[in-house]
Write a protein that binds this ligand. Structure first.
Ligand code: 5GP
Length: 216
């Protein structure tokens, strides 16, 4: 997956309540080159969520069928529900040269990084645990029990932040979106994404050496 012309694959993870959904929406609204992958999940839709936009909502049986068909790039169980990334979408958009962003949790991120080491991993966090709790509570869409589960899960996830490439603290949506954009755009200049340029300049230099030796 390290070829020039192809888009960059970026994974953005963060605690539930880190604001990553909002940041991703802003990023894709402001820049044309991003394609945000739509995941499949066995979780029930929240009020306002739309099929094929928020997620592809599946029953557990349908999801397990997708696993059997090898239709997912990765999948994980998170707080009792399946979540997974449909393969086709990601590869076809990257082939078109678009930078694909997956907003997925940690286990899925690690599965992909192992298979495709060039993947860029960004972790988003609110400035403090207190702020995280306030955001989850303020969202008003989950029961206290689910919020408690998500806080516990956040404590576990915090142990793995070190496996990511970049950490972005989300204290302001605008600033956070700008930083994520800069990180992804910088990745285009990583040498493994510049293979075509490197090949061209090597050829040019080799060619010049020949001509120099002719002209003395
Ligand atoms: P939520 O239920 O709040 O929409 O998402 C719960 C968690 O699942 C979030 O951390 C989200 O990033 C993650 N998630 C969403 N889609 C996927 C996916 O396709 N694969 C994996 N591994 N995690 C996902």
């Amino acid at each position: 997956m390290s070829n020039t012309g192809r888009g960059i694959l970026t994974i953005v993870s963060g605690f539930a309540g880190s604001g990553k959904g909002t940041v991703m929406k802003k990023l894709t609204a402001e820049h044309d080159n991003y394609a945000l992958s739509v995941s499949a999940t066995s979780r029930k839709p929240r009020p306002g969520e739309k099929e094929g936009i928020s997620y592809f909502f599946k029953t557990r049986e349908e999801f397990e069928e997708m696993i059997r068909q090898d239709a997912l790039l990765e999948y994980a169980e998170y707080v009792g529900n399946y979540y997974g990334t449909p393969k086709d979408f990601v590869f076809s958009r990257m082939d078109e040269g678009r930078d694909v962003i997956l907003e997925i949790e940690l286990q899925g991120a690690m599965q992909i990084k192992k298979k495709y080491p060039d993947t860029l991993l960004i972790f988003l966090t609110p400035p403090s645990a207190r702020e995280l709790y306030a955001r989850l509570k303020g969202r008003g869409t989950e029961t206290d029990e689910v919020i408690a589960k998500r806080m516990k899960r956040a404590a576990e996830e915090a142990l793995s932040i070190k496996d990511y490439d970049y950490l972005v603290i989300n204290d302001s949506i605008d600033e956070c979106t700008r930083r994520v954009h800069e990180i992804i755009q910088s990745a285009h200049h990583a040498v493994h994404h510049e293979a075509e340029f490197i090949e061209r300049i090597r050829t040019e230099l080799a060619d010049m050496k020949i001509r120099n030796s002719i002209t003395g």
